[in-house]
Design a protein around this ligand. Sequence first.
Ligand code: MF3
Ligand code: CO
Ligand code: CO
Length: 287
Amino acid sequence: MRHRVPAVAGTDANMQQPQPASIPWHSDSAGSVIVKSVAEQEAMRRVGRLAAEVLDMIGAHVLPGVSTEELDRLCHDYIVDVQKAVPAPLGYRGYPKSICTSVNHVVCHGIPGDRRLKQGDVVNVDVTVIKDGFHGDSSRMFAVGRIAPHVQRLVGVTYEAMWLGIRAVRPGTRLGDLGATIQRFVEGNHYSVVREYCGHGIGRGFHEDPQVLHYGTAGTGLELRPGMTFTIEPMVNAGRREVRLLPDGWTVVTRDHSLSAQWEHTILVTETGHEVLTLGAGERPPA
Ligand code: MF3
Ligand code: CO
Ligand code: CO
């Protein structure tokens, strides 16, 4: 997810050039949003599927005793050798690994290392793949062996929160509607929404405009248009919403050390609603 930055008015200088068949669409408050052409949408579908397939592959390896850097190696090799694609995080702003692994009270951007997972842990694995110049970004929570009911509840509420947001995606919906929907549901379940990190436009860029906040005010913000692609990736804390950045410059943890969960999908806005580009094998929108 991207770090949230204050909204600034879009200027010609910071507008990115659309591809030939794209229609540029300028947001009202936060720079420019790149609307994808039909061909670009097809490339986003392909890379979205790759990101999902990495997560489908890694699930069986998330077991007690495995280290997060073993998970990183498996994902790296699968992306590079099998998919003939590129792991977007590797070298991104100096990030040292190919995936993020965020265990228990780690909110996001956990760096894989020699830490071994143990029974009862929960880990978010966040995968971003680049293929043919386009990015696909998705993350899932994995339980390590059996987990406690309160942990399962946090993971489940966070999953539902993501899907509530996804279900609201259609032309005319505003970003504030998505944020408000997610926030109301999370806080109604007595959890909190992380504010410092958010979803993001995605395409040729890893993190494009707009910023997709997981809290907000209905009826405000950018209005969605067909051809937009962005992530929805709520980070939900069991305790307080405040976070702290560790000295490694990446790892984000909850200030109160409460558990945190996150799920992420990449979404395309269609004429009639949306397409989820990173659906897992057998994953269906929950009822
Ligand atoms: N995949 C993350 C996201 O959802 C970003 C990770 S950036 C990294 O946007 F450098 F930490 F990998
Ligand atoms: Co993301
Ligand atoms: Co991600």
